[in-house]
Design a protein around this ligand. Sequence first.
Ligand SMILES: NC(=O)c1ccc[n+]([C@@H]2O[C@H](COP(=O)([O-])OP(=O)(O)OC[C@H]3O[C@@H](n4cnc5c(N)ncnc54)[C@H](OP(=O)(O)O)[C@@H]3O)[C@@H](O)[C@H]2O)c1
Length: 308
Amino acid sequence: MKALFLKNYGKPLDVLNLEDVAVPVPGDDEVRVRVHACALNPADWVVCEGLLPGPPPKGIGFDVSGVVDALGEGVTHFQVGDSVFGVPDYMNYTTGGAAEYAILKVFLPVPEGLGMIEAAALPMATETAARTIDLLPLSAGQTVMINGGGTMTGFAAVQIALLRGAHVIASAGETFAGRLRELGAKVTPYGEGMVERVRELAGGSPDFAVHTAQVKGTLPDLVKIVGGDPKRVYSFADRDEENLGVRTAWREGGSLRYDVLGHYAQLAAEGRFSIPVSRAFSLDDWRAAAEISMSKRAHGKIILLPEL
Ligand SMILES: NC(=O)c1ccc[n+]([C@@H]2O[C@H](COP(=O)([O-])OP(=O)(O)OC[C@H]3O[C@@H](n4cnc5c(N)ncnc54)[C@H](OP(=O)(O)O)[C@@H]3O)[C@@H](O)[C@H]2O)c1
């Protein structure tokens, strides 16, 4: 099968290669899928630079949909031919979702009414956002500012917070500002003057601020936005480089919330939740896809379609 993977750590475009390798065999409680769609994430590019423990080779592609073509021992509720979406076993295999076949350790049925590409866009953004909203923890009636409502984790976080009855103020560029407003968020541009604009929209200090964008240097502004308490700021992205004492995903992972994926997939099938898709590429065109994903201007999920 064709698979995109790296044999040495380094800059993604230098170390990734699309090569023919043996089709992997699923382990216990896993399935193998013929990959229909694989969504790319910023995490893929840090995998290339050594995010995961252990030596290469390592595959990329954390978000997958496909059709089951082999079952591991112990899988009883799925059959060959089922359409599923989920997360590859990226720790135990040397290829991931960016391949013609992938071994999934987390897999759920694609609900009727949800497209395979839209299903592949769900796992990482949805899991990360749900985990964070629970860690805050955010209650109905409280206000949260999502810095980066136009990132896909941010777009998910806005929807999850609104579904839980919170008030949401999002910073976002033009791509998703309209959609975020239609969902019920107050939206303002990021950049110069954001602190004042958000505090005006909130009528003071929001209860929490969540930093999603892969942009350094924003955390001090978010601490000002919440009135000075760094513990009310949670960052998916920064490693608290300014040592402000904000809560970071790196310090406070919590347990992975794959348990919520079925719920949000069903909402997505009903048109009540979505992770927008920007563009799709064939596996052969992976370089173009990677360049857009790494530009920090993806404007939705970038998708690889190995069957093209
Ligand atoms: N800890 C975890 O478990 C975890 C999991 C997933 C992701 N993450 C991290 O979360 C971050 C976001 O990931 P993602 O997949 O959601 O990113 P993404 O969708 O690739 O984000 C790209 C978007 O960021 C927006 N953006 C660019 N500059 C911005 C700025 N200065 N302020 C606000 N928004 C800006 C742009 O949207 P517009 O300009 O159109 O608004 C752009 O389209 C990454 O750092 C990633 O590593 C962490």
